[in-house]
Design a binder for this molecule. Structure first.
Ligand code: ST9
Ligand code: ZN
Ligand code: ZN
Length: 333
């Protein structure tokens, strides 16, 4: 349909504060506060990625298959700590979780080391509210590299802090699990992300320190980080836009596959409160939804929020790029 340019003003996810929608930064035309490099981070991330390449080599040449399986398990658990935890539960409140599930997700989240839940959720709320502006921590209009990892290598744009102050975080301040995860983060995170992943293979199946460290810890951590970052870079650049053609976030199957179901990013930016972070059923490349549904069955998750199909269909007709055609049988496709 030819509705791609119609203004979108009815949804919080796409509401952009025109006051702060500034020129995207261009090379050679940056204000002096931009690209204040943080060398500590650059050095650590260069080491991490070199160690991860070595770990990938060891994975095929000398590590035990148990260690490889362990790395895969850690990837899946830490992914859930981000997707089902920091993202869909805490940042978006798209469902509610009882204490045991919150504890489990907070623990998984520590394995992923992507900053504490509070910091992650605040950055993410700012990202949705001020998408593709200087107040967006990983503003994708600054290019693939910046939105992928560059934003973690330099000082934040002052607008992030300024606009971030206005974000309501009171719900998370009241969550004791989030509070304690933050309070003890610098003790718990190194244990969960680095010590435990390395020591378990050494203790339980006699793996060498070298294999355990480079495969289960360095490679697994770098891999999980990059899969997450692809949501900010690739899924903000490439893919179809059936729900809103006027925004950058897109439906990207490859990203969904690597990021436990978080690649359906056009839908997610239009309907961020949907616990599935995607429209289509059948768990299409969406293990996180499967996990939340399972938790709902055992009563640990409840109040799962979603969007009625009619609302989605209308929105597609109004603002989508016409790449998705809904069937009219009343069932979800
Ligand atoms: C990592 C995070 O990798 C990845 C997040 C990805 C998000 C993806 C989202 C996509 C959707 C979900 C998909 C999930 C898919 C998962 C798939 C899994 C397979 N509002 O930070 P500072 C304040 S982390 C309000 O030092 P600098 C702040 O409170 C990797 N205020 O800024 C502070 O105030 P005060 C590991 C804010 O100095 C002040 O500003 N971690 C906000 O510019 C300064 O804060 C790292 O590498 C806000 N939003 O430094 C660490 N933000 O002084 C990386 C900040 O009063 N971080 N403030 O306390 C750093 O080293 C630094 O933050 C920095 C910026 C160098 C990047
Ligand atoms: Zn996004
Ligand atoms: Zn989100």
């Amino acid at each position: 349909p030819n509705v791609t340019s119609s203004p979108v003003t009815d949804l919080p996810s796409t509401k952009i504060d025109e006051n702060i929608k500034t020129e995207p930064l261009r090379p050679g035309n940056q204000d002096s506060y931009e690209w204040k490099l943080v060398w500590r981070n650059i050095i650590l991330f260069v080491y991490l990625h070199m160690a991860a390449v070595y770990g990938a080599w060891l994975m095929f040449t000398s590590a035990s298959w148990y260690t490889v399986a362990w790395a895969i398990l850690l990837y899946q658990c830490s992914a859930l700590g981000i997707t089902a935890g920091a993202h869909r539960l805490w940042a978006h409140r798209s469902y509610k979780a009882r204490l045991p599930l919150r504890l489990l997700l907070a623990f998984f989240n520590l394995i992923s080391f992507q900053n504490d839940i509070m910091e992650w959720a605040r950055d993410h709320r700012v990202h949705h509210k001020y998408s593709e502006t200087d107040a967006d921590p990983h503003n994708a209009t600054r290019g693939f590299f910046f939105s992928h990892v560059g934003w973690l290598l330099c000082r934040k744009h002052p607008l992030i802090r300024e606009k971030g102050k206005g974000i309501d975080m009171s719900d998370l301040e009241k969550d004791t699990v989030v509070k304690y995860q933050k309070k003890y983060y610098l003790i718990l995170m190194p244990l969960a992300c680095f010590a435990m992943p390395t020591l378990v293979p050494m203790y339980y199946w006699g793996e060498s320190f070298k294999n355990a460290w480079f495969v289960a810890t360095m490679f697994r951590y770098a891999f999980t980080l990059n899969m997450t970052w692809l949501v900010n870079s690739a899924a903000h650049m490439w893919g179809q836009k059936p729900y809103d053609a006027s925004i950058n976030p897109a439906e990207n199957l490859m990203v969904a596959l690597g990021a436990a179901g978080e690649g359906w990013h056009n839908y997610h930016h239009v309907f961020p409160w949907d616990y599935k972070a995607a429209e289509l059923g059948n768990y299409r490349a969406n293990p996180t939804t499967m996990f939340i549904d399972f938790m709902a069955r055992i009563g640990w998750a409840y109040d799962l929020k979603t969007v009625p199909k009619e609302v989605v269909v209308k929105r597609c007709q109004r603002t989508g790029d016409g790449t998705l055609h809904h069937s009219h049988d009343g069932k979800s496709p």
